[in-house]
Design a protein around this ligand. Structure first.
Ligand code: GUN
Length: 300
C-alpha cells in the first residue's frame, strides 16, 4: 500500500496562519512587532535561497525583518561586531547567521556571540544545554519542525522504536535527544542513532517504527532497509541537477519512490521538512518577541 504523504507544506501553512494571528495580536494589544535579522556572508546559492525563503516568511507574517548581506571576505572581528550591534538593537528579537560560514571565520565564536535570548536557531550552548535537560528554551528549528510534523500527522511516538540516521549538531543529535525525553505530546521513544561509524546500518533501520534520515547524501535509504508500515521523515535536500529552465532538481536522503511502497507515511522532498524548518524559525522569533516584552512564552 502506498504511504500517506506527510506534507510539511500544508502543516506549515496551518501554523503560519496561527502565527499571523498571534503577530497581529502582539502588535495591537502590546505594541510589539517581532523583529528578525538574517545575516548572510558571501553568496553560496543554497544559502541565498534559504535566507530568501526565511525573509519572505518573516515579511508575510508582518515581522520587522532585516536582510544583512556581508561580503565573503568580511573579517571575523567585523562579523562579531555586527552581531553585538544586533544583540543591542531593541527592534531585533531574533538573530540568524546562515551557516556554513567561510573557512576563515570560526563558527563556534559566531554562535557564542549571539545573545541566547535572541538565538532563534537554538544553536547557542545555553539553549542546547537547556534542551538536553528538558528546560524551556529555543529549540533548533529542524528538530522542532519534525516533532510538530509527527504530532500533527497523528504519529504515535510514545514507546516507539525511533532510528535517526545522522549525528549533526543541527539535526541528528537534537532530534534524538528530544524524542527520548519524557516529553508530551511527542517523546518517550526508544532512540537509536546511526552514523558513519555504524557497522550495519540496515540492521538498525529495519527495526524502526519511525525513521528520521539526515545523512546529507542522496537516496542512502532504500526499500530493502525499512520495514512495512514505517513512518519516514526525510531531512535531506540534495541538488542532483538543474532543469532546462535553470531550477534545481532536488531529492532527499531516502529513495522516495521505492520506500513509499512500504511505508505507512513519508515526507516528500521538496515540501516536507524544509518548510517546517522555516516555520519553526518564525515561531521562535514570535516567542523571542514575547520573551523580550515580558509576556508568557514557551522559551522561558
Ligand atoms: N544552514 C543549514 N541549516 C541551517 C539552520 O537551520 N540555521 C542556520 N543558521 N544555518 C543553517
Amino acid at each position: 500500500m502506498a504511504a500517506k504523504i506527510i506534507s510539511g507544506k500544508e502543516i506549515s501553512k496551518e501554523i503560519r496562519e496561527e502565527l499571523k494571528k498571534e503577530v497581529q495580536e502582539l502588535k495591537e494589544k502590546h505594541g510589539v512587532t517581532p523583529g528578525l535579522v538574517t545575516i548572510l556572508v558571501g553568496n553560496n546559492p543554497a544559502s541565498v535561497s534559504y535566507v530568501t525563503a526565511k525573509q519572505k516568511a518573516a515579511h508575510d507574517l508582518g515581522f520587522y525583518s532585516v536582510q544583512d548581506n556581508q561580503p565573503e571576505d568580511i573579517s571575523e572581528e567585523a562579523l562579531l561586531d555586527l552581531i553585538k550591534k544586533y544583540n543591542e538593537d531593541p527592534k531585533i528579537h531574533g538573530i540568524l547567521v546562515q551557516l556554513p560560514l567561510p573557512k576563515h571565520i570560526d563558527e563556534r565564536k559566531v554562535i557564542y556571540a549571539i545573545d541566547p535570548r535572541k538565538d532563534v536557531d537554538g544553536f547557542h550552548p545555553v539553549n542546547v544545554g537547556k534542551m538536553v535537560i528538558g528546560e524551556p528554551c529555543f529549540l533548533p528549528c529542524t528538530p522542532h519542525g519534525i516533532l510538530v510534523m509527527l504530532e500533527r500527522a497523528g504519529v504515535e511516538v510514545d514507546g516507539a522504536e525511533v532510528v535517526v540516521v545522522g549525528r549533526s549538531n543541527i539535526v541528528g543529535k537534537p532530534v534524538a535527544n528530544l524524542l527520548l525525553q519524557k516529553r508530551k505530546p511527542v517523546g518517550n521513544a526508544t532512540v537509536t542513532v546511526c552514523h558513519t561509524g555504524t557497522r550495519d546500518m540496515a540492521f538498525h533501520t529495519r527495526r524502526a517504527d519511525i525513521l528520521i534520515v539526515a545523512a546529507g547524501r542522496p537516496k542512502v535509504v532504500t526499500a530493502d532497509m525499512v520495514k512495512e508500515g514505517v513512518v519516514v521523515i526525510d531531512v535531506g535536500v540534495n541538488r542532483i541537477g538543474t532543469t532546462p529552465e535553470g531550477k534545481a532538481i532536488l531529492c532527499g536522503d531516502v529513495d522516495f519512490e521505492s520506500v513509499k511502497e512500504k511505508a505507512a507515511a513519508i515526507t516528500p522532498v521538496p515540501g516536507g521538512v524544509g518548510p517546517m524548518t522555516i516555520t519553526m524559525l518564525m515561531k521562535n522569533t514570535v516567542e523571542a518577541a514575547k520573551l523580550w516584552a515580558g509576556l508568557p512564552c514557551e522559551v522561558a
